[in-house]
Design a protein around this ligand. Structure first.
Ligand SMILES: NC(=O)c1ccc[n+]([C@@H]2O[C@H](COP(=O)([O-])OP(=O)(O)OC[C@H]3O[C@@H](n4cnc5c(N)ncnc54)[C@H](OP(=O)(O)O)[C@@H]3O)[C@@H](O)[C@H]2O)c1
Length: 284
């Protein structure tokens, strides 16, 4: 049995499908009991457990030998992951596939790198087998501004430099391989897409897919932070996002890793295919 936390999210949802396609026995976890039926309809078990509820977390891990652990970017993500790692250990789980972020290490200078590093170190100290999936910027983040792209024909570029966007489904596929294949213990998989794109590249890709003229406009850090907070993000988390974006102009988010193709034996998904698949979201 494999327990998948964050099962309705960007990486957890495609992971459920990838694991079921491989014939694995899967238990999906949501914090929202109202989502249980739709999760079960996929063909897996489904339970409700909140990251703040140790007893429910242990129940969710009961009988599982592996778990996928992702939390949203949230100020409490370190305690939520700590609770889950403890519950997994108590339930007899053997292997944790932990979602963190590219650059997470004890030497990280950025807030996200430090937060993710703390949870990586907790897993290492737990004595459980581990695999870290450490992605760069998700293609799915583009959907945050789908409305304004559609209505105004503008892509607001808060990154300001080349970024090797990754499709969250590739993170899920690598996690599925780590959970069902062999030899992934003790590995940290830095994950990127196959190409680094500037804001102008993003706008050109959107124009090509939609047949509409979409231009790129720079978005100042304070405006980017305000936009993320108006979408419900906590101030400190939005601040960490802006801090991360600040290294893009120096080229630090543009490095390409070959890990997706190394692990999966197929190329990483391309940005232009993601945009084409989601074209209706970007059209007036
Ligand atoms: N976005 C990026 O560009 C990016 C880049 C690198 C790393 N990351 C990292 O990736 C992680 C986010 O991954 P993701 O996008 O797959 O996650 P996500 O979609 O943001 O969230 C996963 C799920 O967590 C569940 N959840 C929320 N609060 C909960 C709670 N209190 N208890 C139990 N479950 C709860 C939600 O499902 P329910 O509502 O069903 O409970 C949600 O669908 C973060 O750690 C972030 O730092 C993101």
């Amino acid at each position: 049995m494999i327990t998948v936390f964050g099962a309705t999210g960007n990486t957890g949802s495609p992971l459920i499908e990838a694991l079921l396609a491989k014939g694995a026995k899967v238990r999906a976890v949501t914090s929202d009991p109202a989502k249980i039926d739709s999760l079960k309809a996929k063909g897996c078990e489904a339970v409700a457990a909140n990251f703040t509820d140790p007893a429910a977390l242990e129940q969710a891990c009961a009988g599982a030998d592996k778990i996928y652990l992702v939390t949203p970017a949230h100020l409490d993500m370190r305690s939520w992951k700590a609770n889950t790692i403890e519950a997994a250990k108590a339930a007899g789980v053997r292997h944790v596939v932990l979602a963190t972020g590219l650059g997470a290490s004890p030497k990280a200078g950025l807030t996200f790198g430090k937060w993710h590093s703390e949870t990586q170190e907790l897993v290492k100290e737990s004595g459980l087998d581990w695999t870290f999936v450490q992605p760069t910027y998700f293609m799915q983040n583009l959907l945050w501004q789908a409305d304004s792209i559609a209505k105004e024909g503008v892509y607001y570029d808060d990154l300001g430099g080349p970024v090797a966007w990754i499709d969250a489904r590739d993170i899920a596929d690598v996690a599925a391989e780590a959970l069902t294949g062999s030899g992934h213990e003790g590995k940290g998989y830095g994950l990127t897409g196959p190409e680094a794109l500037t804001g102008e590249d993003v706008a050109a890709t959107l124009s090509e897919a939609t047949g509409q003229s979409i231009t790129a406009a720079p978005l100042a850090p304070d405006d980017a932070k305000a936009a993320m907070m108006s979408g419900g993000m906590q101030e400190e988390v939005a601040g960490a996002m802006v801090e991360l974006a600040s290294i893009a102009p120096k080229g630090y988010l543009g490095g390409i890793e070959t890990t997706v193709s190394d692990v999966l034996g197929r190329p990483a998904r391309r940005f232009k295919d993601f945009v084409a698949e989601n074209k209706s979201a970007f059209v007036r």
